[in-house]
Every structure is written in C-alpha cells, then in structure tokens.
Design a protein. Structure first.
Length: 285
C-alpha cells in the first residue's frame, strides 16, 4: 500500500514538473489547410497568434515570436490577450510587430489586455454559473496606440476590407464587450472572415454567412487528457472544438490553443502552446 502511494505521488510530481517547466515552454507552429475560399481564388496564408499572455521577462517566448518573421504570411491575425501584466506592453508590441505580413496585421483585444489576472480557485472553471473576476485595469489604450503606430489595425467591433476580403472583428464576448450588430448577414459572393477573442460568438457568425471564424481564449483547455480532450474550455463550445479546425454550420472555425497561460496557472498538459499557420485554399480544391 505504501509503495503504491509512493508511486502515485512520484508520478503526480513528475507530471506537474513536466507541465510547468517543459510543456508550457515547448512552443509549436501548427499548420492547417482550410478549404474556405471561393472557387478559383488564389490561396493565401494567415498566421494566427493568440493568448500570448506575454511578460517582459519571458525571453524565450519573445524570441520564438520574432522567428515567425520567416513565415512571411499574407495576413497576421491576433485574437487578443497579448499581455501577461501591465508592464509588458513594449515587450509584446516589439515581439509581434517584428513578424510582418504582405497584406496587413489585424487584431482584437481579450479580457487580459483590459484587466490584470487574479488568483482563482481552479474548480470554478467547472461551474456553468461562474462570473468573471476582474483584476486591476491594464494600460490597454497604450497597447493599442503602440500596436497601431507599428502598422497593426485594431478591428474591435468594426468591419474592414483587405484585398477584397470582407472582415469583421469583435471585442471579447467573454466579458460582454462584443457588439454583434456590426456583423452583417451575407448579401453577395466573396470570402468573409470573422475575428473574435472568444468563440462564444462563433455560432451567430456562422449563421450570418462568414466563411472562416478565427478565435482564441480557450487555451485549448490548457489541461487535456489523452483520449478525452480538454477538461474545461472556458466557453460554450463543445469540448472537441476547444482547439484546431472544426465545422460550425457552413463555416469553418479555427480556435487557437494560444501561446501562454495566466501567471497564476503556469501549466499545460497534453496541450502545447502554439501559433498557427492557416493555409486557406479554394473550396473546390
């Protein structure tokens, strides 16, 4: 009995050490091919970055982001939670704006850009009636000003058109800042792209006729069990849609597992931190 207990404790300690020291710093570049463009359209590459939760002292993460310049995407999309604390705006801006894109870089904000993280009881994530716990305000206006000054375009609750692509961006639905009224129903042919921090709005965007919806927020569950998936998704999504590419109605949905974690939950298991290269190709291919 004592031996069995010792084995269980040792295995638990090993898992925690691996998840906190190795996997959460084992950054991955994921590639997905999504047939979402109109037939006959030229393929394009989108680099999707999300949930960096970057802190100035995270030199390894900053170096990883800067190396993404070699991807040379057509479009960079950031789906929020850039900063890990209120002192890391400069580090986050320097890291992401070093990437560059042929057609532009678009972004929305997430709750952790607006408010600092706070320690939480992890069991609250299993409750369907949980309320968001706000920390002290972060200097998000300074973050926006610096990103915009380096050529990035904020699309919170607004629309944009880039190279004929009809784009809508939504603020964070998780903290009730998303304004779906700016998202138009489909009225003509062409490629339509929706960008949001939380995937809780994905179903409505699919019903409005957006072809591709890109989101973050879930961290892919952050803790996953092989053969089961995410323990929690922190959203209304089914567990199987907490990361990767899925179909939702006639739309394609991509949810990034993100690159970081809250400073109060610096752990990942079976869910490596990631950025994603989306190869968008015509539907007939």
């Amino acid at each position: 009995m004592l031996l069995a207990l010792l084995i269980v404790v040792t295995a638990g300690v090993a898992v925690v050490l691996y998840a906190s020291l190795i996997e959460r710093n084992w950054f991955a570049v994921r590639h997905h091919r999504i047939p979402c463009l109109p037939p006959g359209t030229e393929a394009m590459t989108v680099l999707h970055i999300s949930d960096l939760h970057l802190r100035a002292q995270q030199r390894r993460k900053r170096a990883f982001l800067k190396k993404l310049a070699r991807v040379q995407p057509d479009l960079v999309i950031g789906t929020g939670d850039f900063i890990g604390d209120g002192r890391s705006n400069d580090a986050a801006v320097d890291a992401v704006t070093s990437i560059g894109a042929r057609e532009g870089s678009l972004y929305v904000l997430g709750s952790n850009d607006y408010y600092a993280s706070k320690p939480k009881n992890p069991l609250r994530y299993f409750s369907k009636k949980r309320r968001h716990v706000f920390g002290k305000p972060n200097p998000w206006r300074d973050l926006v000003e610096k990103l915009n000054a380096r050529g990035w375009q904020l699309i919170n609750n607004t629309t944009a058109t880039i190279d004929g692509i009809d784009i809508v961006g939504l603020d964070d639905a998780h903290i009730d800042r998303a304004d779906l009224s700016v998202a138009r129903a489909r009225s003509e042919d062409g490629f339509r792209l929706a960008v949001a921090h939380s995937p809780d709005v994905a179903e409505q965007l699919a019903e409005l006729g957006y072809d591709l919806i890109v989101c973050g927020h879930t961290h892919g569950g952050q803790l996953r069990l092989p053969g089961y998936g995410a323990l929690v998704t922190n959203s209304r999504l089914p567990r199987g849609m907490a990361r990767g590419v899925s179909r939702i109605g006639d739309a394609w949905l991509h949810v990034s597992a993100g690159l970081g974690t809250s400073m109060y939950a610096p752990i990942r298991f079976a869910c490596r931190p990631e950025v994603c290269v989306l190869e968008l190709v015509p539907r007939d291919s």
